[in-house]
Design a protein around this ligand. Structure first.
Ligand SMILES: Cc1cc2nc3c(=O)[nH]c(=O)nc-3n(C[C@H](O)[C@H](O)[C@H](O)COP(=O)(O)OP(=O)(O)OC[C@H]3O[C@@H](n4cnc5c(N)ncnc54)[C@H](O)[C@@H]3O)c2cc1C
Length: 327
């Protein structure tokens, strides 16, 4: 690993100013928990000249809830704190479950929500230093080991977004807030912020050089809101998912008024099952409607030769998560 300069940032603006000086010869990167950047540095994929530590900036880890304005997660709030927050668990149970089921206790104690959303793909070709710089197209990789890759939107890139909390955050219609070195702030919906991997970009997200992600907000839950999250893994101990699903419903008794169904680890970004959402509106959600909605969720899947098994797994997980939401 090449040596690098370490800077403890004192403010968001200072961190943003330091990050804006980054260029291809002198790479400057932000560090939150440092888990993903350390992995990438050890793998020889990332070699920064300067690391800007965000953990020295006060109050970036606050978690606040208000019935009128909703939830505010400071970028440095860890997955462990999000999963154990009483207010998150009561008002956004799918997010609490997604945070609780990510990784291991040690990782959750360190991983920040901002860093989690900005982590790079877990694709083993992307993470291989020999293949990384000349990453072949998804088409060229069709015969490769793609069993954990995307079953939707996989023509340009078949890598899936690694963040599992993102699945729940998109279901709750989360917004990401960013600040630049002049203190100017902007906000963007998380489902527009997350982007498919592209060799030309350093992040799989619409973050500009010199911007710091400061916090994530969620609207307040509707009085009749129901939600659920499920992560399907190969083994019962900690594991990356085959797929995960988060569902947020607004109900009138047992009738669905509005639905948000988000499927993770099956496309380059968390994917809304829009046809299923439309199909549910105005219906009484029971076993047979859940089955119909789950079939619609996978109807336009385009699996690769080695990952067609993900289609029935995903269909089952959508059906079970729908039923869990109204249980
Ligand atoms: C064994 C293991 C299992 C795992 N399982 C899961 C899982 O099931 N689900 C899951 O979602 N993840 C999982 N992970 C990944 C882990 O959750 C992420 O590596 C972690 O969340 C990254 O957060 P961090 O704070 O350490 O980010 P960092 O490594 O500090 O940063 C990640 C990226 O974000 C940038 N960044 C961070 N904060 C900011 C900011 N505020 N503004 C601008 N840029 C910023 C950094 O520059 C870097 O590019 C697993 C990891 C391990 C090691």
């Amino acid at each position: 690993m090449q040596s690098f300069e370490w800077v403890d940032a004192k403010s968001v603006e200072q961190a943003a100013a330091l990050l804006s000086a980054s260029n291809t010869r002198q790479l400057v990167i932000a560090k939150a928990g440092g888990l993903d950047i350390l992995d990438l540095m050890k793998e020889g994929i990332l070699a920064p000249a300067r690391v800007v530590n965000l953990k020295s900036i006060p109050q970036l880890d606050d978690i606040q809830f208000d019935t009128k304005s909703g939830l505010r997660l400071g970028t440095l709030a860890t997955l462990a704190r999000i999963s154990s927050s009483e207010e998150v668990r009561r008002n956004y149970p799918a997010l609490a479950d997604a945070a609780a089921h990510a990784a291991t206790p040690q990782v959750r104690n360190v991983a920040s929500i901002g860093g989690n959303l900005l982590q790079r793909p877990r694709c083993w070709y992307f993470r291989n230093a020999q293949l990384h710089s000349s990453l072949p197209s998804a088409t060229a990789l069709r015969d490769a080991q793609m069993q954990y890759h995307a079953i939707f939107d996989n023509t340009h890139s078949a890598m899936v977004h690694a963040s599992t909390p993102a699945t729940a955050l998109v279901a709750y219609d989360a917004t990401v807030h960013l600040t630049d070195q002049r203190g100017r702030s902007r906000s963007i919906k998380l489902d527009e912020f997350l982007l498919a991997p592209d060799a030309q970009r350093a992040h799989d997200a619409a973050i500009q050089p010199g911007e710091v992600l400061t916090h994530v907000t969620l609207p307040p839950p509707a009085p009749d809101a129901r939600s659920a999250y499920y992560k399907q893994t190969e083994r019962d101990s900690y594991d990356w998912p085959i797929c995960d699903v988060a569902i947020a419903l607004q109900m009138n008794d047992r009738t669905v008024r509005a639905a948000s169904i988000v499927m993770g680890w099956v496309a380059p970004t968390p994917r809304r099952a829009r046809k299923s959402e439309q199909l549910l509106v105005g219906k009484n959600l029971d076993e047979s409607v859940a089955r119909e909605a789950a079939q619609a969720a996978v109807a336009d899947a385009t699996p690769l030769p080695k990952n067609a098994y993900k289609v029935p797994v995903l269909e089952t997980v959508v059906r079970r998560t729908l039923l869990a939401a109204i249980a």
